[in-house]
Design a protein around this ligand. Structure first.
Ligand SMILES: [Fe+2]
Length: 336
């Protein structure tokens, strides 16, 4: 990198991702000013790192939240304003509506995911692989066009060993598929829907009645092998129990529901995508900022002790370059 940034790849313990630093300066403001002076530098580093960047020492952003929005603009032309997208107001930052708050503290009061069962693997390690590890998804895949990049700031993270964020490298996982499976997914589409639609696998197994959906909540088709608009590489693009449509999907043109051949294929693909060699687990430190590309990575949150720990994380979402497959589409999630 010639902008003054240094990108150390891969991330510790992983085969992808990178840590971006500005050796000559510290603090969020200096970092953002350098990014704005060479706006291609960070997106270029991200594309070269299979979509995952870690920036450390960004704790000043908690005092100046606009800095997070400024940095987000480097990654795409549209930073979501959550006041315009039917988001519950208690989850949106009071003065900076581009910031979505993930927290177990009021007024958000969102509980962490459950612990896996059993909580550790046979080797005593943190479970990462589906289906032992659940909750793998890519942000807002129930929208067309879906978003490009998420930025996630650890304002008040919980101690190491809990509340991690896991990432799986969809590009490497696609490349490693057996040829026959690759050919199969190349033309396949997944059917994605918000968990609020009650079309999750658990809801179908429990026999819950799906609620009628408005035009702006309909399940959306997405390519399973998604072509990245910047790198031109294909990546596995899919979610699992909570963000696929288990009523008519999970895949278009396959037997639907939790017992169909679509379900079998989803288990095969998710279990492949979350093999240990494709995983990075981020243990949070205050001021860490993780920037991920939703077009080629999936991620999952882990349990933390919400009775004894307070966790506050800020997220922004950037869109505007979903790729040629979405050219000219209106936003599916905004009521007409
Ligand atoms: Fe997410």
């Amino acid at each position: 990198m010639n902008s003054g940034f240094e990108c150390i790849t891969p991330l510790p313990g992983a085969t992808f991702g990178g840590v971006v630093r500005l050796p000559a300066a510290t603090g969020a403001r200096a970092f953002i000013e350098a990014a704005e002076a060479d706006p291609d530098a960070l997106p270029r580093a991200q594309a070269a790192s299979h979509g995952l960047l870690l920036v450390q020492g960004m704790e000043d952003m908690a005092e100046e939240p606009e800095l997070l929005v400024r940095l987000s603009r480097i990654f795409g032309r549209e930073v979501e304003n959550y006041r315009h997208t039917l988001t519950a107001p208690n989850m949106v930052h009071e003065t900076v509506p581009e910031i979505f708050i993930v927290s177990n503290t009021p007024p958000v009061s969102r509980q962490p995911p459950k612990r896996p069962e059993p909580p550790l693997t046979e080797d005593g390690a943190l479970p990462t692989r589906f289906p032992h590890r659940r909750g793998w998804h890519t942000d807002q895949s129930y929208r067309r066009p879906p978003p490009d990049i998420s930025l996630f700031l650890g304002v008040v993270p919980v101690p190491r060993g809990q509340g991690q964020t896991m990432f799986a490298d969809g590009t490497a996982a696609y490349d490693a598929l057996p040829a026959a499976l690759k050919a199969r997914v190349d033309t396949l589409e997944g059917l994605h829907v918000s968990s609020s639609a009650k079309r999750t696998r658990d809801a179908r197994l429990a026999g819950e009645t799906p609620r009628p959906l408005g035009a702006h909540e309909q399940p959306q088709r997405q390519p399973v092998a998604r072509v990245h608009p910047v790198t031109g590489k294909r990546a596995l693009y899919l979610c699992e129990f909570g963000q696929m449509d288990w009523l008519e999907g999970p895949f278009v043109g396959m037997t639907p529901g939790p017992h169909g051949d679509g379900a079998d294929l989803l288990f095969t693909l998710m279990s492949h995508l979350t093999r240990p060699e494709f995983i990075y687990v981020h243990e949070w430190t205050r001021g860490d900022l993780v920037i991920w590309d939703n077009r080629c990575l999936v991620h999952a949150a882990t349990w933390f002790d919400a009775d004894n720990e307070a966790r506050i994380m800020w997220r922004t979402t950037v869109s505007g370059n979903p790729g040629a497959a979405y050219a000219g589409e209106r936003k599916s999630w905004i009521p007409a």
